[in-house]
Design a protein around this ligand. Sequence first.
Ligand code: HEC
Length: 173
Amino acid sequence: MKKYGWAVGLFIFVIVAAVGAVAIPNPLSAQILTEAKYRGYLPYTTDEAITLAYQRCTTCHPADKMLKYCSRCGPPFIVVSQSMKKYTELMNEKGGNFKPFSDAETVAITQVWNGLVGNWEPDWGTKDIKKLLQGDQALIRLAETPVAQRPIEVALKNKQAPGSHKEDRKTVP
Ligand code: HEC
């Protein structure tokens, strides 16, 4: 057995090297993909958007804030997303250390809460919403996009977040 010690060693070395060659680029490419999506070069899948919405919107308060939010509570999620993005920037200016929300993120996340909790944009009207969006071009573009052309929101049309009371509005097509 001892005679083949070097061969076993070499064999193990080759295996480790092979696994390493496969394993090392993976986290790297995952990181590049994540960044590309954050910047809007690649779209978020629906599942990624859901994970993102739960992760990014629960750093300051629990998910209940979104799940219990309703049409009587205030403006639609598209406006909430914009104010949370602004609030995060404000906190960072005051020395906070929050990851800023990118345009791609707020557009994807808005669609998730719209789809899983409710979209009452029609109650408010695009014109008023646009005013409330304070010049946020990415969200204004989303406000002007019919729901039927918002891929993530469409995919979640018949889903509901556990713990929410989904408001099933007849959203304008
Ligand atoms: C940097 C911290 C922070 C982040 C990140 C954040 N929020 Fe908030 N959010 C707050 C604060 C502060 C309030 C208001 C105080 C409170 O009610 O706790 C609030 C309140 C809310 C409310 C209740 C508003 C109302 O009128 O009752 C909703 C809905 C909400 N957030 C949704 C979101 C969504 C969606 C995201 C992700 C896009 C998000 N939040 C991310 C800090 C944050």
